[in-house]
Design a protein around this ligand. Structure first.
Ligand code: UDP
Ligand code: MG
Length: 357
C-alpha cells in the first residue's frame, strides 16, 4: 500500500528510511544528531531520517525544527498533536517512510546508530525482517527480569519466535512496511506485528548502551499496558487457559461440595474449617476478578477497534518540498539547503515545507 500521496513528494525513493520516535528527549537529541548523521552520510546511500514527535512538551520540537533546517535534504519531522505512544509513532513513521529499507531505533542512544550498516547488510542478504538481540543490556534489573518473563510468556502463547522482543532497533524491507501500512490496529506492538508477516526473518546481536540522558518514558503502568497490548494483540491463549482453569476449579469445588455434604450426613453440622473456607472463597473470588479483568483487556481493545477513530493526529510534517516554489515553515522562510551534497540530490531539496492538517 503506498504512503498517502500528499505526504510523498515525487522524489526518488531513498535507499534507507530511519524512523525515530521522540517523546520529551531534549537531553539526548543533540548527541543523537551528532552520532546518527555521520553514520548515514558515511554509508554513501540516499537516506531519510524521519523523527516522529509524540507530543513532547519539552524543547524537543524546536530542536527537531532546527535540525530540519540544518539538514532538510535528509530530515523529515512528523509532529503529532498529542502523546499517542511509541508504537503509534512508529506506525505513523512507516506511513511516511519511502525507503527501500526502513530502520527503527530509539532516540535515547540505547540503540547505537553505528549498528545500522549491519542491519542493512542483513536485509540485503535476503531477509525481509531483521530483529536484534541486545548483547549486554543496560537497563535496570527490574526491566531486565520483567522483560525476560514477558519474553518467556510470549514464547508460550504465540508463535512469534524472537529472542529479545523489546529491542526496537530493527530493519524491515519495503514489502513488509507496505503490509504494516495496511494494518489499522490501535493497540499494537510493532516488532510482533511485523514478525507475523515476515517471510524470512532473522536476528543479529547488537550492542546496547545506557540511556544517554533523561529517564525512561515508560512508567510501570505504561509498561504494563504495553505488555497487555502484546498479549491481547497476538494471542487468545490466555483466555483459553482461563477457561480451562475455570473448568478445573469448578470440578474441584464441586468435589469439595460433595465432600461437605457427605460429612454433613456422617458427622452432623461442623464448624471447624470455617476460616479455610473463607480463604478458599477469597482465593476463588480473586481468580474470578482476574478473569473479568483479563476479559476486560480484550473487550476494551475490541471496543477501541470497532469505533474506528483515527489512531493519531499529525498536526504538521516538516519535509523538503519536491518543487522549488516559495516555501515557508511556520511563517518563517525555511533555510534553503546549503548542503546539496546530501543524499537526496539537488533536485529533491529545492525548498522545504510544512504540511499542516
Ligand atoms: N517514546 C515515545 N512515546 C512514548 C514513550 C516513548 O515516542 O510515549 C519514545 C522515546 O522518546 C524513545 C523510545 O520511544 O525514543 C523508547 O523510549 P524509552 O527509551 O523511554 O523506553 P525504554 O528504553 O525505557 O524501554
Ligand atoms: Mg530507552
Amino acid at each position: 500500500m503506498p504512503s498517502p500521496a500528499h505526504l510523498t513528494p515525487a522524489a526518488t525513493a531513498p535507499a534507507l528510511s530511519i524512523l525515530i520516535p521522540v517523546y520529551n528527549e531534549e537531553g539526548v537529541l543533540d548527541a543523537l544528531f551528532a552520532r546518527l548523521y555521520p553514520v548515514l552520510d558515511a554509508m554513501g546511500e540516499p537516506y531519510e531520517i524521519i523523527f516522529i514527535n509524540d507530543g513532547s512538551r519539552d524543547r524537543s520540537v524546536p530542536m527537531l525544527r532546527e535540525q530540519f533546517q540544518r539538514r532538510p535534504d535528509v530530515t523529515r519531522v512528523v509532529l503529532f498533536n498529542g502523546n499517542f505512544g511509541q508504537h503509534m509513532a512508529l506506525m505513523a513513521g512507516f506511513e511516511h517512510a519511502r525507503g527501500e529499507i526502513t530502520i527503527t531505533l530509539d532516540a535515547d542512544l540505547q540503540n547505537p546508530p553505528e549498528e545500522i550498516p549491519r542491519l542493512v547488510a542483513a536485509i540485503r542478504e535476503g531477509h525481509d525482517y531483521v530483529g536484534t538481540v541486545r548483547r549486554q543490556r543496560h537497563d535496570t534489573a527490574f526491566r531486565r527480569v520483567s522483560s525476560r518473563l514477558m519474553n518467556r510468556l510470549r514464547e508460550r502463547i504465540t508463535r512469534i519466535e524472537m529472542t529479545d522482543q523489546g529491542c526496537m532497533l530493527r530493519a524491515y524491507d519495503r514489502a513488509l512496511v507496505d503490509t504494516l501500512n495496511a494494518c489499522q490496529e490501535v493497540n499494537t506492538f510493532v516488532p510482533a506485528l511485523a514478525y507475523t508477516f515476515a517471510a524470512s526473518p532473522t536476528e543479529i546481536e547488537v550492542s546496547h548502551e545506557e540511556r544517554h540522558a533523561g529517564e525512561s518514558k515508560y512508567s510501570i503502568y505504561k509498561l504494563l499496558r504495553l505488555n497487555f497490548d502484546l498479549v491481547t494483540g497476538f494471542s487468545i491463549v490466555p483466555l483459553q487457559w482461563f477457561s480451562l482453569l475455570g473448568t478445573a476449579l469448578s470440578a474441584a469445588s464441586g468435589s469439595l461440595f460433595l465432600l461437605l455434604v457427605i460429612r454433613r450426613f456422617l458427622f452432623g453440622a461442623e464448624v471447624e474449617g470455617v476460616f479455610t473456607l473463607f480463604a478458599l472463597l477469597f482465593f476463588l473470588v480473586g481468580i474470578v476478578l482476574f478473569g473479568i479483568g483479563l476479559m476486560g483487556e480484550y473487550v476494551g481493545r475490541i471496543q477501541q477497534e470497532v469505533r474506528r477513530r483515527p489512531r493519531y493526529r499529525v498536526s504538521a510534517v516538516l519535509q523538503a518540498a519536491p518543487d522549488s516554489g516559495p516555501v515557508f515553515t511556520d511563517g518563517a522562510r525555511a533555510a534553503a539547503p546549503a548542503d546539496t551534497g546530501g543524499a537526496l540530490g539537488a533536485s529533491a531539496v529545492a525548498g522545504a515545507k510544512e504540511i499542516t492538517s
